[in-house]
Every structure is written in structure tokens, then in C-alpha cells.
Design a binder for this molecule. Structure first.
Ligand SMILES: *Cc1c(COP(=O)(O)O)cnc(C)c1O
Length: 659
């Protein structure tokens, strides 16, 4: 709901408004944007009304995000800017391990937990390197789904105990690579996802006289819910149904490779919203694990895949943008269910492996962009002209009438509705009069502006606690403004477009100030889908976000949070907007920060080259064209030089707008 802005220009404050300046503080902002629900413990609001970051979670230390952005801009980094907090990445890794350690102690589980990071979630070199280096103390490994990812995993992991899970479609070369990597002292596990892979593994092992560690991906019959529900069940793309698991075991036995079958894997899909789905899958997988053991495979590892969800909207519900469980609930259920599945059958419990990507990588990166301007209906009251026609005067009277109504939420709904009906009637009259030639363009403009001024004054008076008639209910949306964002959602937040993913978005400053506008964001691309118009709301979504009115000459910075997983690599070059500048930040002793890595975004020359254009050749053609225009006296030499200067320097610059 939009609330009164006592500083609206072009309008006299009425006594009732002056008497009711509702106070607003940072706590109100924290509640409005749900910060404590999704941001804890990493994001909060400080007393200056800025978002602050606690990169080490509960272990202390914080950074003012606005000051940080200013400091980075001072280093010639541009908005939109992706800020990666490596401390958060480390803290997430620690939280995951701590949760499993607590669960293992609590249930007296006699095995261990040993996770891997699915590289596809964020393949950026600095990100994977950071995870490998922080994860060393737990022998944390990597999961690869393609040859290129396998190359990353093989070269970055040098811990002989860390697991290297090889998923995805595999040809002979992929399998041979994994076998040979075992000789390098790595621990790759080739997971059979398709029935025909077993023969390739057998062939490659014969050829090389050595075998890989082998895993089997089971196609569970338990159903999932949510977007990725189709990754499991009988129609899933990957995994072996039970009959194929059995024939694979027999094939391995015949080839003398059953000794190498060590791991059972399943993956229910990403962002599991409902813990009941996890439990069902775990029960079924534990049963299969026990049976594989009985069939004579040594086993040892149960890999529960990814799917550990993120509570994007903080509602703690089994809805798409949330989860009805915590990290600890998840770890408890994995540990307890596997124990219950194995111990009664006298089977030693396995080392538990998980491939959590989203849960590890979402929090650590924050995308900051600036707003270039706003658009929407003109809301200011127009100045009174000489001899205004009756229709316009009627609208002025209606507006004044609205101003006399209470603005503290106690106004009578039927009087508000009556005023709005009047305003709409006079507006229609004005349009009719204009069409018939009785109203000038200026007066028609006054009539329209007065109508929207009435709408705004009404919105300020809508009671929040009573049920409103539809016309009044939809007024705030009618008045909503478009905030033009210096970003491409196709590059930086593709899932908001592709799968209607919700990410928390909020201003980074002015949080001690009441946001008086409702708005949505339009991005820089020429695509009508290039918008952010779904925002988190308790378990649902809302089409408009509470924002502040822009101030002249003052930047308005917005943060998109929890986007560290999948967004970067899924992003594309729509309209040739390239990657943004990115930085890796670490908290330094003394409350300062250090910039560990700077990753420059694409320049215009780079995105052109990516599409096979030759930037130099493009420039040369324009130079020839400008020489021609100079000869025909259409262009001055100085102008031609200015044009070429602009073109040349933009080739070296970011694809986004300069602030
Ligand atoms: C994508 C994927 C993951 C990661 O899933 P998250 O939901 O991000 O944890 C893990 N394992 C496999 C096989 C995957 O395909």
C-alpha cells in the first residue's frame, strides 16, 4: 500500500496531513522487505538506513554496502556490479558441515558426511577455487556434469580423499579420463546414469587395465513437487530404473568390476520445497543401497544429490520461493532416515555425500544496479490557469474535497469511492469535450493530471484494515511507476524471466525513510519481457515493490540478493549486454575490506567479437563514411572526430550505461 508522502511538491499540505506525519524507521523497512526472514545472518540495515553485510555471519564484522559500492566505483568499477563475498561462501560451507556434524552426533550415526559442490551451479574460476580451498579441511569435493567441468574438477582438486563425482552423459573419452585420473591420485567416481554406459565402462577398463570407482544413479519412483518435479519418477531424464540397476550389477559382476561399485546416487531436482519429498526419496534410496550391498557390491557412499532449497521469500512454506525446512532439518532427516534404513538390516551406514549447489552459492553474491529514471502517470497538481473550463474546475473541487478527508486511515470508504467515481466521470467528460473541440490540449492535460492527483490523494487515504471495492483496491497499481534499471535481466537474472524465479530485491539506502511509491523495474533491453515485476511477499508474490521517489542528482541503488547460483552462467547476450563487472570482497582485520579479485565485465568490443564481428572493421567502415560526408560538406571535421572518438571509446567500455 502506498502511503502519504508529506513532501509531495506542487500541493498544499492540509492541516490533517500536517498533523499525521507517520514515523518510519529502519525496522519498518526491514519488515517491509522481509530482510530478517531471508537475509539473516548476512544482511541487515544499519542506523544510517543502509543495507549492511555481515560476511562472516554470526562471527562478527560488518560492511556498509553503500560505502562499499562507492569505494568500488572509486576504483573505476561500474554499475551494475556483482559483489561476491567470499566470507559468505565459506560461512555457508561451514554451516552445511556443522549441520551434518550436529545431526551425526545427535543420531549416533557411525558414518561421516563428505560433500561435493556441483560445478554447474557457478563455474567461475575464483568461486570454484575459493570453495576448494575453504573446503580442504572437510575433504570437500566437486561434481562435474560434462568434460569441461571434469577438467575444472580434476585440475583444482588435489586432495586424494576429496570426491570427484562424474555425472552427465559420458562417452568413452570421458570415462577413460576418469580412470586415468585415479592414477593421478584423484578420487573420481563415474556415476552410471544411462544403461549403455556400463558397457563403455567395461570396455574402457579392459582397454586400460584399470577401473574407475563406480556409482549408479537410481531413478526413484518417489514423486517430487515443484518446478523440478519431473527430474524424478518414471519419466526422469537420468537414472536407472530398478530392473536396469539389477542388470548393471550383473554386468559389472561378470566383468569382474563389482568390487568397484561404491556409490549410489539420486537427485530429486533443485529447490525441493517440501521436506516430505526428501524423506520419501531417502527411504527409497536407503532400501536400494541395502539391497546393492546384499548383492555383493562393497558400496560405502550414498550420494543424496542436490535439491537443498533456499528460502527466497523467508516464508518458511512449501511454496516455490521457499522451503518448509531449515538446513538443520534437512541434515537431520538425511542422517536419521539413512540410519533407519541401514541398521536394522545389519548394513554399515554409508558415508553421506550431498551435491548442494544452490544452498552453498546463493547468498554470497549481491547484484547492485542503479535506477536511471522513472516513468508513470504525472501525479503533480497542475498550476491553475486563467479561466479554466467548468470540467477542469469540477476536478479541482473533487481534489479539494478529497483533501478534506482524514488521511490517517479513518476516512469513510463510501466517500472515497464517491470521490473517485466523480473524478472518473469528469475525466470522461473532459475527453469527450476534447474530441468535440470544446477543450484545448492544455485543459485536457490539466484534466488528466488532476484525475491522477485525485487518485494519489485517495490512495493516501485508503484504510488498510477494511475490505475495499475493486476500483479502490486497484488504485495503487494504477499509480505504479516504472523504474528504469541499468541492467539486463537476461544477463544478470535470467531465471526471473525463464522460470519466474523470485529473488529478494530492495533499495540499499534511504531505509530510514518511508518508501512512498509503488513500482516495478524495466531493464535496458528492448524486450518487453525485460522487467522485474514479481517481488517476494509472504509465501506469494506481488507485482509491485515499495520504492522511494528519486531525488535529483542522487543515485538510487537497488540490490538483488541470493542470486549466486545459476544466474551467471545461464545469462545471455540479449541486445549485446555483456557480463557486468564483478569483485571478490573479503572482510579484513580492523573492520575494513579487501578486494581480492576484480573480474572486468565485457566491453562492447568483446561482445561484438563474440558474434563474429570485427570491431576494427566496423569502425573503419564508419571512418570511410564520415570522410565521404566531410567531402560533401554534411559533416565538419571536428564533428567527425567527435563521432569517431565516441565510437572508439565505447568499444573499450562496458556495455551498460555510465553513471
Ligand atoms: C543440478 C544438480 C545438482 C545441484 O542441485 P542444487 O539444487 O543446486 O543443490 C546436484 N546434482 C545433480 C546431479 C544436478 O543435476
Amino acid at each position: 500500500m502506498v502511503l502519504a508522502d508529506p513532501n509531495l511538491p506542487g500541493r498544499q499540505a492540509t492541516p490533517s496531513e500536517a498533523a499525521a506525519p507517520q514515523p518510519w524507521n529502519v525496522q519498518d523497512s526491514a519488515e517491509l522487505y522481509g530482510l530478517e526472514r531471508w537475509g539473516d545472518p548476512y544482511f541487515s540495515i544499519n542506523l544510517r538506513g543502509h543495507v549492511s553485510v555481515q560476511p562472516r555471519g554470526e562471527r562478527g564484522g560488518s560492511l556498509d554496502l553503500v560505502e562499499l559500492v562507492e569505494g568500488l566505483q572509486g576504483r573505476n568499477l561500474n554499475l551494475p556490479l556483482l559483489i561476491r563475498f567470499d566470507d559468505i561462501l565459506e560461512d555457508r560451507l561451514e554451516s552445511l558441515h556443522a549441520a551434518f556434524e550436529r545431526a551425526i552426533t545427535r543420531y549416533g550415526y557411525s558414518g561421516r558426511y563428505q560433500g561435493v559442490f556441483p560445478v554447474k551451479c557457478n563455474q567461475q574460476r575464483h568461486v570454484v577455487e575459493e570453495l576448494v580451498s575453504c573446503g580442504r579441511r572437510w575433504h570437500f569435493g566437486l561434481e562435474a556434469g560434462s568434460k569441461a567441468e571434469l577438467l575444472i574438477a580434476l585440475s583444482l582438486i588435489d586432495d586424494p580423499e576429496a570426491l570427484l563425482i562424474c555425472n552427465g552423459y559420458k562417452d568413452q573419452r570421458y570415462i577413460e579420463t576418469a580412470i586415468l585420473a585415479r592414477r593421478l591420485g584423484r578420487r573420481p567416481v563415474v556415476v552410471i546414469e544411462q544403461a549403455d554406459e556400463v558397457q563403455r565402462i567395461i570396455d574402457a577398463s579392459k582397454e586400460l587395465g584399470a577401473a574407475p570407482l563406480i556409482g549408479i544413479r537410481a531413478r526413484l519412483s518417489s514423486r517430487s513437487t515443484g518446478r523440478w518435479g519431473s527430474s524424478v519418477g518414471e519419466k526422469a531424464k537420468f537414472g536407472l530404473p530398478v530392473p536396469e540397476i539389477l542388470s548393471t550389477v550383473e554386468a559389472l559382476r561378470e566383468a569382474g568390476l563389482l568390487e568397484e561399485l561404491r556409490l549410489l546416487h539420486f537427485h530429486v531436482g533443485s529447490q525441493i520445497n517440501d521436506i516430505a519429498v526428501v524423506k520419501d526419496a531417502l527411504q527409497e534410496a536407503s532400501r536400494i543401497y541395502v539391497e546393492l550391498h546384499k548383492l555383493g557390491a562393497p558400496m560405502g557412499y550414498l550420494d543424496v544429490g542436490g535439491g537443498l532449497g533456499i528460502d527466497y521469500d523467508g516464508s518458511r512454506t512449501a511454496t516455490a520461493a521457499s522451503t518448509n525446512y531449515s538446513l538443520q532439518n534437512y541434515a537431520n532427516d538425511v542422517v536419521a532416515t539413512v540410519k533407519e534404513g541401514c541398521e536394522p538390516h545389519g548394513v554399515t551406514v554409508p558415508t553421506l555425500v550431498s551435491e548442494s549447489g544452490r544452498a552453498i552459492a546463493s547468498h554470497f553474491s549481491v547484484l547492485v544496479f542503479n535506477v536511471l529514471g522513472t516513468g508513470g502517470l504525472p501525479l503533480d497538481t497542475p498550476a491553475i490557469g486563467d479561466e479554466e473550463p467548468l470540467i477542469v474546475r469540477n476536478l479541482r473541487d473533487t481534489l479539494e474535497g478529497i483533501h478534506t478527508l482524514a488521511s490517517d486511515g479513518s476516512a469513510d470508504v463510501s466517500r472515497l469511492q464517491e470521490a473517485w467515481n466523480d473524478a472518473l466521470k469528469f475525466k470522461d467528460d473532459a475527453l469527450a469535450a476534447f474530441r468535440l473541440g470544446y477543450l484545448s490540449l492544455t485543459d485536457r492535460s490539466r484534466a488528466e493530471q488532476l484525475t491522477w492527483a485525485c487518485a494519489r490523494a485517495l490512495v493516501e487515504r485508503l484504510p488498510s484494515d477494511s475490505v475495499l471495492p475493486d476500483e479502490l483496491q486497484s488504485l495503487p497499481a494504477v499509480l505504479a511507476r516504472t523504474y528504469y534499471a541499468n541492467l539486463s535481466i537476461f544477463r544478470s537474472a535470467p531465471d526471473t524471466w525463464a522460470i519466474q524465479q523470485l529473488f529478494p530485491l530492495m533499495p540499499l539506502h534511504r531505509l530510514g525513510e518511508r518508501p512512498t511509491e509503488l513500482g516495478h523495474f524495466a531493464d535496458l533491453t528492448c524486450d518487453s519481457d525485460g522487467r522485474l515485476n514479481r517481488f517476494i511477499a509472504d509465501g506469494r508474490s506481488k507485482p509491485l515493490l515499495e520504492l522511494h521517489r528519486l531525488r535529483p542528482e542522487e543515485p538510487y541503488l537497488i540490490g538483488m540478493f541470493l542470486g549466486g547460483a545459476y544466474q551467471e552462467v545461464m545469462g545471455n547476450l540479449h541486445n549485446l549486454f555483456g557480463t557486468t563487472d564483478a569483485v571478490h570482497i573479503r572482510l579484513a582485520p580492523g573492520g575494513e575490506y579487501q578486494v581480492d579479485h576484480v573480474v572486468r565485465g565485457d566491453t562492447n568490443a568483446e561482445v561484438l567479437t563474440a558474434m563474429e564481428h570485427n570491431p576494427e572493421a566496423l569502425l573503419e567502415r564508419l571512418r570511410v563514411a564520415s570522410e565521404q560526408s566531410i567531402r560533401c560538406n554534411q559533416l565538419q571535421i571536428a564533428e567527425a572526430r567527435r563521432l569517431m572518438d565516441h565510437l572508439e571509446s565505447s568499444l573499450r567500455q562496458s556495455t551498460y550505461l555510465q553513471s
